[in-house]
Design a protein around this ligand. Sequence first.
Ligand SMILES: NC(=O)c1ccc[n+]([C@@H]2O[C@H](COP(=O)([O-])OP(=O)(O)OC[C@H]3O[C@@H](n4cnc5c(N)ncnc54)[C@H](O)[C@@H]3O)[C@@H](O)[C@H]2O)c1
Length: 263
Amino acid sequence: MAQTNGRLAGKVAIITGAAKGLGEADARMFVREGARVILTDVDRENGERVASEIGEMAEFRYLDVRHDAEWKALVDDVVARHGKLDILVNNAGVVELGDIETQTEKDYRFIMAVSADGTWFGCQHAVRVMKENNGGSGGGSIINMASIASVQGESAVAAYCAAKGAVEGLTRAVAVHCARQGYDIRCNSIHPAGILTPMVIEVGRQAALMRDPETVSGGPLVKLGEPDDIAYTVVFLASDESKFINGAAIRVDDARSVIAGNP
Ligand SMILES: NC(=O)c1ccc[n+]([C@@H]2O[C@H](COP(=O)([O-])OP(=O)(O)OC[C@H]3O[C@@H](n4cnc5c(N)ncnc54)[C@H](O)[C@@H]3O)[C@@H](O)[C@H]2O)c1
């Protein structure tokens, strides 16, 4: 286990989509930094396995982020059992290949429901309880997982771009609202490029099957990042080290979105 610095000591966190990929890496790093973590996912088998591997500071709870009632029950239960919620990572997301001419309405609605609706419900319930933290003066950090897809517009995943654009805009609205209300709740979005996770492996496989040379990670020869490349940024935004960062959209993409605009 890597050395811990206790940067999240005493904090209670919910991470969605934590059964694998980026959410799993976040959960492992959060506990190393001293947080109590509630891993949530629709993949019960992997979620329970990861939580039990992490140990007593982690627990798994089933949560389909598309359903408001499930969010309410989960958040209320976490506050009842652990006294508070300090951190929410809205990480769950799905992608299906399709451009504006080929993507089906079914895929569009599915992708929007998980990323856009799920992040919406998560923000609503997190703000509801985080504003009661610290004896009513409020406090907390919400981290929303967007993508460089919302920055550069990746034509092969049109609905995914729409969903991540919704996440990015909502992040700013939540940040401004909480700042104006004096809640001391921060809300920031992270915009990764291709990171080696089950999602990217599956999309790469589908793209190859469709003989499409352009993948969501920007082409077949791009360098992929590791899940911990994102987790380090999530931990920073979750910790008090980032207390003056609010409403930011942080690209973690090895200059991918910047290179795209260069001659
Ligand atoms: N991996 C990348 O390169 C990359 C790049 C940009 C953004 N992202 C975003 O980061 C997040 C994590 O991506 P990943 O690569 O780890 O994906 P992944 O597919 O490897 O893992 C996503 C997890 O979300 C869960 N999930 C799916 N639908 C859900 C639902 N309705 N409710 C709860 N959980 C659900 C899945 O079961 C899975 O465990 C996603 O929002 C993704 O869009 C990833």
